[in-house]
Design a binder for this molecule. Structure first.
Ligand SMILES: Cc1cc2nc3c(=O)[nH]c(=O)nc-3n(C[C@H](O)[C@H](O)[C@H](O)COP(=O)(O)OP(=O)(O)OC[C@H]3O[C@@H](n4cnc5c(N)ncnc54)[C@H](O)[C@@H]3O)c2cc1C
Length: 170
């Protein structure tokens, strides 16, 4: 695991060390990267326990449709967008809104905090103007192909398989 170093996914974010004006001074308790089921559940659990959180996602809109994903719950299969909508609705009661179009592109870990380089995203691509969010903890809930695992140099356990799957929404 890398620490005390910025690691970058793309060159657009490399200027964040040189732009102290972008640094936000207040220390957020928890920054959650990724507003899928894991990130939303985490955000809601923390908010319900009085922990201030921010949650962001690089997607520029909430996806509508099954996306081929479902979440199995007590034998009933809830569509993913439906479940996520419920979670976002509960989160809103705690004043937490998912910040869309904001993606993680860099991480610096320190003993007392983590600095996250956040870039605006459009159509899945970082568009520059990276700013730093400082937090006591960063939760990488950005999925199997997300940036946080890669930025931290963590390995992927298990093996990948190639499958062709057809989904339909009824
Ligand atoms: C083809 C397929 C079919 C599946 N079918 C089922 C099923 O039927 N039932 C079931 O229970 N599970 C299913 N799964 C598994 C399920 O989709 C995952 O377990 C679940 O989506 C994981 O949720 P997550 O919140 O961890 O990550 P994700 O759902 O992947 O969410 C990650 C979020 O992070 C965001 N993100 C990514 N990178 C960044 C970044 N750099 N910065 C900010 N945000 C970022 C993404 O936009 C996304 O919104 C399936 C998975 C696949 C691939």
């Amino acid at each position: 695991m890398k620490s005390r170093h910025f690691t970058y996914l793309n060159p657009l974010s490399s200027h964040i060390l040189k732009t102290p004006a972008h640094v936000q001074s207040d220390i957020l308790p928890v920054l959650i990267v990724g507003a899928g089921p894991a990130g939303l559940f985490c955000a809601l659990s923390l908010a319900q326990n009085g922990v201030k959180v921010r949650i962001l996602d690089k997607a520029d809109r909430f996806y509508v449709g099954s996306r081929g994903y479902g979440v199995q719950a007590n034998g009933a299969c809830l569509s993913r967008d439906y479940l996520e909508g419920i979670l976002r609705g509960h989160l809103a009661k705690y004043g937490v809104k998912v910040e869309l179009g904001q993606g993680l592109v860099a991480i610096e870990q320190r003993d007392d905090l983590v600095k996250a380089g956040i870039s605006p995203f459009q159509a899945g691509q970082a568009t520059g103007d990276t700013k730093i969010i400082e937090a006591q903890y960063l939760v990488g809930a950005d999925g199997a192909r997300g940036a946080s695992r890669e930025l931290l140099g963590l390995t992927f356990q298990g093996k990948l398989t190639m499958q062709t799957v057809w989904f339909g929404t009824m």
